[in-house]
Design a protein around this ligand. Sequence first.
Ligand code: KG4
Ligand code: ZN
Length: 341
Amino acid sequence: MRVLGIETSCDETGVAIYDTEQGLLADTLYSQVEMHAQYGGVVPELASRDHIKRLIPLIRQVLEQADTSVEQIEAIAYTAGPGLIGALMVGAATARAIALTWDVPAIAVHHMEGHLLAPMLESNPPSFPFVALLVSGGHTQLVEVKAIGEYQLLGESLDDAAGEAFDKAAKMLGLDYPGGPVIAKLAERGDKTRFRFPRPMVDRPGMDMSFSGLKTFTLNTVNKFKSTDSLDVQTQADIAAAFEEAVVDTLAIKCKRALQHTQFKQLIIAGGVSANSRLREKLQQMVVTQKASLFYARAEFCTDNGAMIAFAGAQRLVAGQSNDLTIMARPRWPMSELEPL
Ligand code: KG4
Ligand code: ZN
């Protein structure tokens, strides 16, 4: 089955074509990052308007790239949530209208299920069951995954998502949006031992997390230097490195608990923060001690993209699932509401 996937939940317009026999045929992305950077974060109304502008040209482009005619598309998968309502509406309405015109089924895909299945687009994919650490700009969750749609939440952030913490810490340091990749780059030049940031909630049992305290710690550290006008580049890099190390350490401790709790031997990481090399390195060291393996997608499939939506949609479509003519857009949509295959 050949599926066109559409992702517009936030600030990236992603379109891809996935074929269940031949694999990923084409994948395009337009990132709005530059447009939002001048405001220091995503401006929802601007995001929606830009998706309108980009979506149809990207669909044309991806069809051409995949050497695929309209008649060869057998279904359409679109992100229905969670995300920004206006941005979701653009993708959902476009996808639903095109599906009606082309007379093919459409399926509403959960954005986080898309992220969760993205490592399966790689060679040597994980197999069920596994533990998934979902770390994006809006979510930080540890999930026990028995099969597609069989998700049990093991723990989650009680306040800020890990990506959000990266973005806010970057802002405090006067760095660009999105902060994750910028902090990661700066941290490479930093000394992670100069400052010792707390590892929140690691002394408490369970797999819940909290990142808002790290934010306050960052602010206080930055302000100490700002007040004496001594926040030089090296200090910025040292703070970035200490912050990153604290986030990564905390995530690694919670992931280890999740592996021990489930007795599963596979850990997958997905979502924007899973592109972080220090996180990958730390988790790789940790899984070895648990005789487990670590899986993640290539960096461009960690952040938002159309390929993961085409892939996740295709898995449900081949199992016979699809949605009616309703244009489905759900800003909030708990993963626990998803049906098994
Ligand atoms: O999954 P994603 O593209 O969008 C959401 O669904 O939220 O994740 C975006 C988040 C942002 O907070 C961004 O700062 C973070 O992922 N991110 C990173 C890295 N690349 C992106 N955080 C840490 N290190 C990175 N290399
Ligand atoms: Zn995402």
